[in-house]
Design a protein around this ligand. Structure first.
Ligand SMILES: *Cc1c(COP(=O)(O)O)cnc(C)c1O
Length: 393
């Protein structure tokens, strides 16, 4: 089946159980798929744009109401939609970071955080993780003191990932934010793996910004994301334009430079909005997701030699495992080498494990039904026994 010549109709999530870490939380709802078709045309959300002419003021479709609901749901004062979490980071670094400014992030930070700092000429200073791959408030305090000693400067911003992309560990943002605020450092909560997955309360966490990813965790089309701020910080990041043309004397009203005026248009925004009711509901049932993750991880750990590298028991469905002493042993002598593993999974209707990976790899059971989780668990055990690996008693 083809969309057009040379473009196959993708059927991954229709035909397989997909445990790709970055894809599990972004799969579209049926309502988002309808929105993609209905609002695919360029500037389609602008049909009913009236003065003061800004995206977040449009009432039909209910974009203004969506912004209010979204801010309330995150317990923040203002929110804007952005083309991906990374563009949220960029708006914040553009506002606060100047050449040579130290900026805090962590040894588990995502590359997009580094790039957002790099663009402004800031200096990346990583808070190291501890032996359990956790970022702590103590390590944050030590790092701030170190930066001050070495540069004579207080960091101008701190990026803290609530759940990191490497281990899927939960970090104590609330305690870290408290330390950062002691030094008047604004805190950017990176919720790429939490907003749309877990309940997030920005005020309770005590953060200045909440950034989320629509296409990673809110069942929305790419590129989409959210950037929420406290009242005080909203006045800075969502400041309005002041520029004026010298010939025409034109000014541009309430357009916001960091947002380039209007941000998400068409299918991305309406897709994000269409999934929102389901997303609000699903964050209340994360316990079911953890139960499915437990079922799959226990099956993997029942294969002798398999280790879990993420915190255990799990608090998130994104999980990193080490199968050097189990599935990788088979790869050493298998004619397909490491590809036997992803190949055998695919034969059982499972995709999302990096083809060829048998040493250290990640999976995300988010969004599976308990029946699918059972199938995943059985598949890993069957592949192990079929290849002569032993099971723990
Ligand atoms: C995926 C991810 C991002 C980037 O999100 P986009 O919405 O694709 O820009 C940033 N930070 C973390 C921790 C991530 O996992």
């Amino acid at each position: 089946m083809r969309c057009a010549n040379g473009i196959e109709a993708r059927q991954v999530n229709e035909l397989f159980i997909n445990i790709d870490p970055i894809q599990a939380g972004g799969r579209l709802t049926a309502d988002a798929m309808k929105a993609v078709i209905a609002y695919g045309d360029g500037y389609s959300v602008c049909d009913n744009c009236r003065k003061p002419n800004r995206l977040d003021y449009i009432n039909k479709p209910p974009i203004a109401e969506f912004h209010r609901d979204l801010a309330a749901w995150l317990n923040m004062d203002s929110v804007r939609t952005v083309p991906g979490a990374r563009r949220g980071f960029q708006a914040i670094t553009n506002t606060y970071v100047r050449k040579g400014d130290p900026v805090l992030l962590t040894s588990l930070s995502h590359y997009t955080e580094f790039l957002a700092i790099e663009e402004t000429g800031g200096i990346a200073r990583e808070i190291p993780h501890d032996a359990d791959h956790k970022i702590t408030a103590d390590a944050t305090a030590i790092k701030i003191e170190e930066v001050m000693r070495e540069s004579g400067r207080v960091p101008v911003l701190a990026f803290i990932d609530h759940v990191d992309y490497q281990y899927g560990n939960i970090h104590d943002v609330k305690a870290i934010a408290k330390v950062a605020h002691h030094y008047d450092i604004p805190v950017l909560y990176n919720g790429a793996y939490t907003v749309g997955i877990l309940p997030v309360d920005g005020k309770d966490l005590g953060v200045d910004f909440v950034v989320g990813s629509g296409h990673k965790s809110m069942a929305a089309p790419a590129p989409s994301g959210v950037l929420a701020a406290t009242k005080e910080r909203a006045a800075e990041v969502f400041r309005t334009t002041a520029i004026e043309g010298d010939v025409t004397k034109r000014k541009f009203g309430i357009k916001e430079p960091e947002m380039m005026g209007c941000t998400l248009m068409g299918a991305t925004l309406v897709g994000l909005m269409a999934s929102f009711p389901l997303v609000k509901e699903r964050v209340k049932h994360f316990d079911r997701e953890l139960e499915n993750n437990r079922m799959v991880l226990e099956a993997l750990l029942s294969v002798s030699g398999t280790k879990v590298l993420s915190e255990y028991p799990r608090n998130h469905t994104l999980t990193r495992v080490d199968t050097i002493a189990s599935f990788d042993k088979v790869a050493e002598s298998h004619k397909k080498r490491g590809f036997y593993f992803s190949g055998a999974l695919e034969e059982k209707g499972i995709v999302g494990v990096i083809p060829g990976a048998t040493k250290v790899w990640k999976f995300n059971t988010y969004g599976t039904t308990s029946k699918q989780a059972r199938h995943l668990a059985d598949a890993f055990v069957t592949i192990a026994t079929e290849n002569g690996l032993s099971l723990m008693k």
